[in-house]
Design a protein around this ligand. Structure first.
Ligand code: UD2
Ligand code: MN
Length: 587
């Protein structure tokens, strides 16, 4: 009997200890106010992690486990309040000078952020169904967060979300790299707050503005984790975000893994998915773009899929591979281009890059960039040229065709980068384009095909009105106005291009004519061009003088009295369906 008692007691002690440890691992913060009144709710110190053996993980070690922290998930589910569960939040009142002031320097609603808890709960928006398991032995992690003048509560929420939603046995440290911020709260108050409240968080202050690339490098040089994870300073790690990032790396240290980047709305802090996932790419002006998933990716929606380039801010890479690749090019300044440099290097020099749909991290996409140029001239152009010169071979010409002045930008010394490419025997850019980004040229042709037609679109029926968008915006309907070229009064926007994408754009804009309704006399509205045809597909038939919409063809028609346009069944006898396109370049 007494043996049974002893066993029960021992079991109870173990269970209690485990529960207490689980609980105190979380950093609990009362409010997210911009002051220093925040303190951890748990009074107990956070227990130190068990020491890790350096090479604890081996590829052959195939045991897989469920890494979810169900105690933490249950606690999160109970949370109520502003912005909790990632719900839309508001300021009351909403139009204060304080809000305006903070908006201006951040590009998002920072005052609202201050009213949302630092450890707010987020919705679990991953695919429903089976619980995925990951290797029991995963590598240790250092999270590196560069920041320049980041707002107090968004910066801290980044760190708190990482600590609270990472298995503490994996997380070694969170390194906040202050890129010479000038805001007072980024200095001593931050150091004090962090050392008092946030175990595992370290702040490094750079003596001068170095840009996000060298700030990341500074953090990486200090990091001791086997895997480096980079995050922007206004992000929130979601439930079980870490294991899916590490599992592919445990299998092959030359795989770099990106989480799905969710959207934290800049105005309301609502947390939502961006889309169902896509492969990272670029156009030939080096704007970041996305390519559709491949059929094989769609078959397994929760499995990591290959992606040509990363968005830039959020990814995991083994420290070993990162340094084999020479880290980032230290010559890259401030912001921009580093995502291409690292992505090209990874692919061309023997690695692989995947997106993991089950790892989700929210990011505040700003409404506008609040930073003034730190007196470095066209640093983005310079960065792009450095990357193009070292990695893109003959393909660099496609960038220069669109930005001829790049040819004259002084890149500085590239000897080291070229030597690295030589030393690692990296593959040519052509290999990358043909094997990894093979479908990019179809969507973003290096040399753009000519457009089909351009100029005004004029009804042939007197009084010969012209289509006019009047510079309207998304979702707005537009119609007819007297033609500007007749000098008869029309004042709006009457020049259109029927582009090689087969969409109709007001000249110089990336808004497209869009018909969403299948009803008769469906209205035409403006919508952001998606280049995927569908609702935005148009053809011009010069014989009939028809502007034909959609795969299920209907013709542009008008009501001249009301000066409205719409699409309807094509009718050879109808004069109101006939339009003169000013210049027809191609049938
Ligand atoms: C995107 C990336 C970003 C980076 C950038 C191109 C995502 C979600 N974001 O822009 O990570 O790849 O493209 O370079 O993929 N920062 C500094 N010093 C500076 C400027 C910025 O430390 O001089 C920090 C900044 O506080 C932030 C990070 O660098 O944490 C990225 O800057 P951003 O948020 O302005 O860039 P973003 O998201 O527009
Ligand atoms: Mn960002």
């Amino acid at each position: 009997k007494s043996i049974l008692k002893f066993v029960l007691l021992a079991a109870a002690t173990v269970i209690t200890t485990v529960l207490v440890f689980r609980y105190v691992r979380r950093v609990e913060v009362m409010s997210a106010g911009g002051d220093l009144a925040m303190r951890p709710r748990g009074a107990m110190p956070v227990p130190p992690d068990e020491p890790r053996e350096k090479d604890q993980h081996h590829a052959q070690d195939s045991e897989k486990i469920d890494w979810h922290d169900y105690a933490a998930i249950d606690l999160d589910a109970l949370r109520k309040g502003k912005g909790e569960q990632g719900k839309t939040a508001y300021l009351v009142p909403d139009d204060t000078p304080k809000k305006e002031e903070l908006y201006k320097v951040n590009g998002f609603n920072a005052l609202l952020s201050d009213e949302i808890s630092l450890n707010r709960s987020l919705p679990d928006i991953r695919h429903k169904g089976q619980t995925k398991k990951y290797a029991a032995n995963l590598p240790s992690v250092s999270v590196i967060v560069p920041f320049h003048n980041e707002h107090w509560s968004t910066l801290l929420r980044t760190a708190v979300s990482v600590i609270n939603r990472s298995p503490s046995s994996l997380l070694v440290e969170v390194i906040l790299v202050d890129d010479a911020s000038t805001k007072e709260h980024c200095k001593k108050p931050l150091d004090e707050y962090v050392s008092k409240n946030l175990p595992k968080v370290i702040v490094i202050h750079l003596p001068e503005r170095s840009g996000l690339i060298r700030a990341r490098l500074a953090g990486a040089k200090q990091a001791v984790g086997e895997v480096l994870i980079f995050l922007d300073s206004h992000t929130e790690a979601n439930v079980n975000w870490l294991p899916p990032l590490l599992d592919p790396i445990a299998e092959d240290y030359r795989t770099c893994v990106c989480p799905f980047i969710d959207v934290i709305a800049y105005e309301t802090f609502e947390y939502r998915a961006q889309d169902e996932g896509a492969r990272g790419a670029f156009d030939w002006e080096f704007f970041y773009k996305r390519l559709p998933l491949l059929p094989s990716d769609l078959e397994k929606p929760t499995e990591p899929f290959k992606s040509p380039v990363m968005a830039g801010g959020l990814f995991a890479i083994s420290a070993k591979f990162f340094w084999e690749l020479g880290g980032y090019d230290e010559g890259l300044e401030i912001w921009g281009g580093e995502q291409y440099e690292l992505s090209f290097k990874i692919w061309q020099c023997g690695g692989e890059m995947v997106d993991a749909p089950c790892s989700r991290v929210g990011h505040i996409y700003r409404k506008f960039a609040p930073f003034p140029n730190p007196g470095k001239g066209d640093f983005v152009g310079r960065n792009y040229r450095r990357v193009a010169e070292v990695w893109m071979d003959e393909y660099k010409e496609y960038l220069y065709m669109r930005r001829p002045h790049y040819r004259n930008i002084d890149t500085g010394d590239l000897t080291e980068q070229k030597a690295l490419r030589e030393k690692l025997q990296c593959k040519p850019f052509r290999w990358f384009m043909e094997n990894v980004a093979f479908d990019l040229p179809k969507k973003y042709p290096p040399i753009e095909p000519p457009d089909f037609a351009h100029g005004e679109v004029r009804s042939v029926v007197a009084p010969e009105l012209c289509v006019d968008t009047e510079n309207k915006g998304a979702d707005q309907q537009f119609g007819l106005k007297p033609c500007i070229t007749d000098k008869s009064g029309g004042s709006g926007d009457q020049a259109f291009v029927l582009t090689w994408h087969k969409d109709m754009r007001p000249k110089g804009r990336t808004m497209c004519w869009d018909v969403a309704s299948v009803q008769d006399k469906a209205p035409v509205t403006l919508f952001s061009c998606h280049g995927m045809q569908g609702n935005q597909l148009w053809k011009y038939n010069p014989e009939q003088q028809w502007l034909v919409h959609g795969g299920n063809p209907r013709c542009l028609d008008c009501d001249l009295g009301r000066q409205t346009i719409y699409v309807t069944t094509c009718d050879r006898a109808s004069p109101t369906q006939r339009w003169r396109f000013e210049h027809v370049d191609m049938k």
